[in-house]
Design a protein around this ligand. Structure first.
Ligand SMILES: Nc1ncnc2c1ncn2[C@@H]1O[C@H](COP(=O)(O)OP(=O)(O)OP(=O)(O)O)[C@@H](O)[C@H]1O
Ligand SMILES: [Mg+2]
Length: 150
């Protein structure tokens, strides 16, 4: 089931990320899609807090990926905005590296063809002063209780 949630403040988006973190298990691949400044990194910060990671998340745009291992579950936070090709994405071996943790990929729309069948796409869209955040499950993500987020 797809779920759509409206966030009317940065704090709400952060809190949603915290709640979402409780659904994550090792091997999960999550795409954060949406245009510039829609709240993808803020949501990822909430996920990190929810996983008990004490390091402040920063945008991995220039380094492509950052790994946080001080929480309940390792978190790999990637931003593929600067990648030139699918081949470059495959070379990163992000999904393999994240097999003992969860992988969050910002701007993942461009690499959907390289993802495993089981993945979740979270899309961030600006609507006036709000953000509409939708969760679209693929493969085994259909069995997750996304409704607990609402
Ligand atoms: N409801 C909201 N949810 C999230 N962010 C919001 C909201 N309302 C306003 N904002 C603002 O939007 C900005 C979101 O920034 P953020 O870095 O999370 O976006 P991003 O999608 O990661 O951008 P980029 O594409 O550059 O990586 C912040 O400045 C935040 O304060
Ligand atoms: Mg970002």
């Amino acid at each position: 089931m797809s779920v759509e949630i409206r966030s009317s403040s940065p704090d709400e988006t952060l809190a949603l990320g915290r709640r979402f973190a409780a659904l994550l298990t090792a091997g999960d691949v999550v795409v954060l899609a949406g245009r510039l400044g829609t709240g993808k990194t803020l949501f990822a910060s909430g996920v990190a807090i929810g996983l008990g990671i004490s390091t402040q998340i920063t945008s991995p745009t220039f380094v492509i990926e950052k790994v946080y291992r001080d929480g309940f579950l390792p978190l790999i936070h990637a931003d593929v905005y600067r990648l030139g090709s699918l081949a470059e994405f495959d070379d990163l071996e992000l999904v393999d590296e994240g097999s003992d943790g969860a992988v969050l990929i910002e701007w993942g729309d461009t690499i959907l063809d390289s993802l495993p069948e089981d993945h979740l796409v979270i899309r961030f869209v600006i609507d006036g002063d709000d953000r509409v955040i939708s969760f679209a499950p693929h493969g085994s993500w259909h069995e997750r209780e996304l409704a607990v987020l609402t």
